[in-house]
Write a protein that binds this ligand. Structure first.
Ligand SMILES: [Cu+2]
Length: 142
């Protein structure tokens, strides 16, 4: 029934905010905050974020075509990146874009080999295997 008290940091943060308010608010002593500011708990959220991926550097991603499956079926890339489909199945496959926007995705048929396509505009590009329309994948370009 005893609940652990985890309020230490928020109390400190509230005190810090209060001190800062007192320091900066010279001349306004009339308003004495009677309640601790509960909305100031997120004062210390400026932790350093992970380094951003370097923009402008084109990358190549691989989609493996094997076992009647595109893997990964859903892939998110950046504008300018290239996707290489690696055909490794015993059965003939290809990649064919669905819809006008994905018209450029149109590979020959392979049992073995690679085919690459560079995405130069953002959007969601769906494709399938023309031989096995149930084989589908999506490239999301951001
Ligand atoms: Cu296929």
């Amino acid at each position: 029934m005893a609940m652990p008290r985890r309020h230490a940091t928020s109390v400190i943060a509230a005190g810090f905010v209060l001190a800062a308010a007192l320091l900066s608010g010279c001349g306004s002593d009339d308003e004495s905050p009677s309640e601790p500011a509960t909305s100031a708990t997120s004062a210390a959220t400026s932790a350093p974020a992970a380094p951003a991926t370097d923009n402008g550097q084109a990358q190549t991603f691989t989609v493996t075509v094997d076992d009647m499956t595109f893997s990964p079926a859903d892939l998110t890339i950046s504008v300018g990146d290239t996707v290489t489909w690696k055909f490794e199945d015993d059965v003939v496959h290809g990649v064919q874009g669905i819809g006008d926007k994905a018209m450029g995705i149109n590979s020959p048929l392979f049992t073995e080999g690679e085919w690459s396509y560079t995405f130069t505009s953002a959007g969601s590009f769906r494709y399938l295997c023309p031989i096995h329309p149930e084989m589908r994948g999506t490239i999301t370009v951001e």
